[in-house]
Design a protein. Structure first.
Length: 575
């Protein structure tokens, strides 16, 4: 069926004598209906995705009954099959199905990393799984240039950052680099408006995540936003505009958070050093000021500037509550500026945003200031009246304004190497286990477990070893202020191994001694906490509790390779 609009309008043109019936038919024949073809073309894509997910879920459900070597072979076979058929479909002129199958190959690569890691009890305390997983996704994005691959890369990098924050309270700078450069370079040359806006929003979100890791000093986000706003001026307008939008949105949200925080005496801020904060802020603010002045758009920057000024430094002089009120006034001013600009330019989208922001500030201010002292019935009554009044006022103003504002690259050699890379990663994970198992020295450690679930792996036992907490006197290096890589020398004592020495460099051991690479946290009360990557032991779903016994003691057999890598062999109850 031809495009509905063209069919409908064409008939009207024929009736009005603008074109003849013959011309109408010729026009229709030149514009075949792409929508129906696109719709039917998606059917095999969805079918392949469902089949692929069925295969992966079948493997996962029968995982426990498959031997470790065959698990590796099976995962590699599935991965290669997805890529091979996907590339075949691309070469035969079916890009949608080809990209869909290649996406399944990327998914199976990540699933392989997780499942192989579970098989051999490998533990990662950061986002490296997602870093490795995202590399082929980004390379395929540049190779095939499709929306689906962009969103897969976006989801992997953003999801990986969220996972690192939620599970390990850490931030991955490598993920930020891959996101900013990997996706940034792609959208910089892209004409897809949707992808550009997703990237801009995602970049601001990643920087917001980083600010959260600064804990009490999260207000450094203000400086980050000023820097991002200044950097946006050196980019093409198709990318600069979304970056400015999301920077302004983040500044607005930050202003509201600071208002709420400062006006509630139960929570106070620990401000950064005003000297360094001030120097960096002034330099970046001045850079943005002069860039905008040179381009003739200084007014738009000054409108957002009211949100970016660090008013919280006025707290020692006027009090935190008064400083919070300044942030409230700044938020009202900003929403008023957006509304005013929308009316002046007769731009409907700006008017809508201005209305939303103005109502949001009003509601938050009303709830925060009136809830504690006003009778609740009166609170809701007055609040409703205020919102209705605002609605009718803004709608009246709004009625007066009406305005409405794939290149496929084929590089067969690179494709082959991409697949080889992923196969080598999966093989390498398994090989590292078997190498440690074959060459390693067997030692015994004592521990007591608990059994929490892992969102990606299933059930596991968290193992708390005697060697996890050691005296800080064993460390002779520089004071440990941040998580630091160290080497722990273990010696047999009373039937199990204990830490007898900590070194900064790879140590020499002799006799029954072994060493493990560990991550040391800053000492507390003379105790150093060490993590060896041996703190999780994966078990079948819902079976971890079988090993848990109150007041029980456990024996963990570990093979330690000569290069400091340990792998768990088994966990047993002592009594």
């Amino acid at each position: 069926m031809n495009d509905k609009w063209l069919v409908k309008e064409g008939k009207e043109w024929v009736k009005e004598g603008i074109i003849t019936e013959e011309q109408y038919n010729k026009i229709l024949s030149k514009y075949p209906d792409s929508h129906s073809k696109r719709g039917t073309g998606l059917l095999p894509v969805f079918a392949s995705i469902l089949i692929g997910l069925g295969i992966l879920s079948f493997i996962a459900s029968n995982w426990d009954g498959i031997s470790p070597p065959f698990r590796l072979v099976l995962l590699i076979a599935v991965l290669i099959a997805f890529y091979a058929v996907g590339h075949n479909r691309l070469e035969r002129g079916n890009p949608a199905l080809g990209r869909g199958l290649i996406t399944l190959g990327i998914v199976s690569f990540g699933a392989g990393i997780i499942l192989i890691g579970q098989t051999f009890h490998f533990v990662s305390y950061d986002a490296r799984t997602f870093v490795i997983w995202s590399i082929p996704a980004l390379l395929y994005l540049y190779l095939l240039r499709g929306k689906l691959l962009f969103f897969v890369s976006f989801a992997l990098l953003t999801g990986g950052q969220l996972y690192a924050l939620s599970e390990f309270s850490s931030y991955s700078y490598m993920i930020l680099i891959l996101f900013a450069i990997g996706l940034g370079c792609f959208v910089y040359t892209s004409k897809e408006k949707l992808l550009i806006w997703f990237f801009a929003g995602g970049l601001v979100l990643h920087l917001f995540f980083y600010a959260l890791t600064l804990e009490d000093h999260w207000v450094w986000l203000v400086v980050i936003l000023v820097g991002l706003y200044a950097a946006a001026e050196g980019l093409k307008e198709n990318l600069a505009s979304p970056l400015r939008f999301f920077t302004a949105a983040a500044a607005f949200i930050t202003s509201l958070i600071l208002y709420f925080t400062l006006t509630n005496t139960s929570s106070s801020l620990d401000y950064p050093d005003p000297v360094w904060f001030g120097i960096i802020f002034v330099l970046l603010f001045a850079a943005a000021f002069f860039i905008k002045m040179k381009s003739g758009t200084l007014t738009s920057f000054l409108k957002m500037g009211v949100l970016l000024v660090p008013w919280f430094y006025l707290s020692p002089f006027i009090g935190e509550f008064s400083a919070g009120i300044i942030y409230l006034i700044a938020s009202f001013l900003f929403s008023g500026f957006v509304l005013s600009e929308g009316y002046q330019k007769e731009e409907r989208s700006l008017i809508k945003w201005g209305i939303v922001l103005f109502l949001l500030v009003t509601v938050i201010a009303y709830i925060n200031l009136a809830w504690s002292f006003m009778p609740k019935s009166l609170f809701f009554l007055i609040g409703g009246i205020l919102l209705l009044a605002l609605y009718f006022f803004l709608q009246k103003k709004k009625r007066n304004v009406l305005r409405k504002a794939v290149i496929l690259m084929k590089k067969n050699k690179l494709r082959v190497w991409l697949i080889v890379f992923q196969v080598l990663v999966l093989t390498g994970i398994a090989a590292s286990y078997y190498a440690a198992d074959y060459y390693g020295k067997e030692i015994v450690l004592e521990t007591k477990p608990v059994d929490p679930p892992d969102v990606f792996y299933g059930d596991y036992m968290t193992l708390n070893y005697d060697i996890n907490d050691v005296s800080s006197s064993l460390w002779r290096g520089k004071p440990i202020k941040d998580p630091t890589s160290v080497y722990a020398v273990l010696s047999p004592e009373g039937g199990s191994y204990q830490v007898t020495k900590l070194t900064e460099d790879r140590p020499d051991v002799s006799g029954e001694q072994v060493y493990l690479k560990a991550k040391a946290s800053p000492p507390m009360e003379g105790i150093l906490h060490l993590e060896y990557g041996l703190e999780r032991y994966y078990v079948k779903d819902n079976t971890g509790s079988d090993l848990e016994k109150p007041q029980a003691e456990y024996k963990v057999t570990v093979k330690v390779a000569s290069w400091g890598k340990g792998v768990i062999q088994k966990v047993e109850l002592l009594h």
